[in-house]
Ligand binder design. Structure first.
Ligand code: ADP
Ligand code: GLC
Length: 508
């Protein structure tokens, strides 16, 4: 086990002496000019997304543009290049150790967001998701693919990417960009870095024999560095070397400092929390989640007049092969993985159906869950409908048409689905954890249960069914859910504070 007592309680850049780190040509973050932020991410919904990170990466930089010159850096996956089209190569970034050279392209989205794209076909021009091939197997060179991302971010921050621009601060996201702060530290560059953890369970762990290929100094392979149980961890590197850590809800920020949720990194995270270098900032949702205007919906509706929900519900029933019904409609919109408590939702189905409820499920993920859901749909024809796959329009209609969203996640750093459901008048029934605890008020705009067991989950579902049978309570809860403020504005202000603090840490 990683023991907190073995972890240093010190500085952001412990491997280099302070004097070496001073770079007097670098303007201080608080200077008057508009500051430059490079938002480094492995997915952005404009072009490619595997989950909530892609949505956050599309929304948060846009919100932060009010205050900063924010630009995004992403790998040039096949799906990215095919949508952007031909791009000007503004720089050539050199090879380093086993990391190949690559081009740096610059593009602008339709609404003016500058996106830097890594042009390296040998690493990124493939079918599949950012992380896995089409059989769901991790790309065997993921360490090189994402070290390339981290190194490019460090290069751009040092002014070696775009002659006309350099970043005053790097905002890194999850393990794929974790090495960026380490590369800066090893170069002695005091560029402030924020690492946002969207999910601590994915850590980017690789064999130690890859160190030299990635240009990681042997001296960093230790507990106060990149080592995690004799392996290399990109996420640990990011947590260790970044000036400041955030995660996507206050409750998750506390949870991950405890062994039950800390995935072996709770000791280091506890140290960072004690140093005032770990914060929770809840995600927002973007303006496209508006039931009065969403073009995917069959019929628009609003908090004042929810009648349009009915047509969306009928559409969901039709598309999922469910019988016409006036009973409650439950939705599951989820990656089908253990984290999301899919097994609990499957176990709850029999009771829901016996009470006259119906369930529509859309998702993809672990084959065992996909198979069990198909079995469930065959067992309860007309009452349980399952689609294996990813379909944003269908998901939006499900939030709009359903009465309840089942979200019994074992842990949930933030969760966007419950917020989308609330906005579309579907009451989430969720485990009181992470961002679910921070966005759902039990009995007001959704239902929470205390531990991820079938009994507790069923208690909450029964409370939902009781509410469904009381029209006035259902209407009041729907209104409360739909009018809950959940834009990005407040979160963006909190990021501003954190950026300022990170700069003080890095330059101290
Ligand atoms: P996570 O990122 O852990 O999967 P979030 O709740 O943050 O969880 O984000 C999940 C996002 O993916 C939501 O926008 C949800 O609507 C969407 N989603 C998940 N599964 C599907 C699916 N099968 N089809 C369409 N959208 C989906
Ligand atoms: C991760 C988390 C999810 C969060 C999303 C965006 O995928 O599992 O809870 O909402 O990132 O931050």
């Amino acid at each position: 086990m990683l023991e907190s007592s073995c972890l240093e309680a010190g500085a952001a850049f412990p491997t280099v002496a302070r004097a070496e780190m001073q770079d007097t040509s670098r303007p201080s973050f608080s200077a008057k000019r508009r500051q430059s932020i490079l938002f480094v991410t492995s997915e952005i919904a404009d072009y490619i997304k595997a989950g909530g990170l892609g949505e956050v990466s599309a929304a948060l930089p846009r919100e932060l543009r009010r205050y900063y010159d924010v630009r995004v850096l992403i790998p040039g996956y096949r799906q990215v290049l095919s949508q952007i089209g031909p791009m000007e190569e503004i720089a050539r970034l050199p090879a380093s150790f086993g990391i190949p050279a690559c081009g740096l392209g610059r593009s602008t989205t339709h609404d003016g967001l500058t996106v830097y794209v890594l042009l390296c076909p040998e690493l990124y021009d493939r079918d599949g998701s950012p992380y896995v091939d089409r059989f769901g197997v991790d790309w065997s060179d993921n360490d090189i693919r994402f070290a390339r991302l981290g190194l490019a971010a460090a290069d751009i921050a040092c002014g070696h990417g775009d002659d006309l621009w350099r970043a005053d601060l790097l905002h890194l996201n999850d393990w794929p960009s974790g090495l960026a702060s380490a590369y800066l530290a090893w170069r002695g560059q005091p560029v402030p870095t924020i690492l946002t953890i969207h999910n601590l369970a994915y850590q980017g762990i690789f064999d130690r024999n890859r160190l030299s290929l990635l240009g990681i100094p042997d001296s960093a392979f230790q507990i106060n560095g990149v080592e995690f149980h004799e392996k290399l961890s990109f996420l640990k590197a990011g947590i260790y070397y970044s000036s400041h850590i955030t995660t996507v809800s206050s409750t998750y920020a506390r949870e991950i400092t405890r062994p039950e949720y800390g995935c072996g990194l709770d000791g280091l995270l506890r140290t960072r929390a004690e140093q005032g270098r770990l914060d929770g900032i809840i995600n927002g949702i973007d303006e496209s989640w508006d039931p009065t205007t969403d073009p995917y919906l069959v019929s628009p509706f609003s908090a004042k007049n929810c009648r349009g929900k009915r047509a969306n519900a009928d559409n969901v029933r039709k598309n999922f092969g469910l019988a016409l019904s006036k009973g409650p409609l439950f939705a599951v919109v989820s990656r089908l993985v253990h984290q999301k408590g899919v097994d609990l939702a499957i176990s709850a189905a029999e009771t829901i159906v016996s009470q006259g409820g119906q369930i529509a499920v859309i998702g993809q993920g672990e084959p065992r869950f996909e198979a069990e859901l198909q079995v469930l749909a065959n067992r309860y024809p007309g009452s349980v409908g399952v689609k294996i796959g990813y379909d944003e329009g269908a998901a939006r209609r499900m939030y709009a048409g359903s009465d309840f969203l089942l979200m019994p996640s074992r842990f949930e750093p933030c969760g966007l689905s419950q917020m989308y459901a609330q906005r579309f008048g579907s009451l989430p029934i969720a485990h009181r954890t992470g961002g679910l605890a921070d966005t759902i008020e039990d009995g007001v705009n959704g239902f929470l249960f205390g531990e991820p067991s079938l009994n507790r989950f069923m208690d909450a579902i029964r409370r939902g069914l009781d509410t469904f049978n009381s029209r006035s309570r259902l209407t009041a809860m729907r209104k409360a859910a739909m009018s809950r403020p959940q834009g990005w504005g407040r979160s963006a202000s909190r990021y501003q504070e954190v950026y300022e603090r990170a700069c003080r840490t890095a330059l101290a």
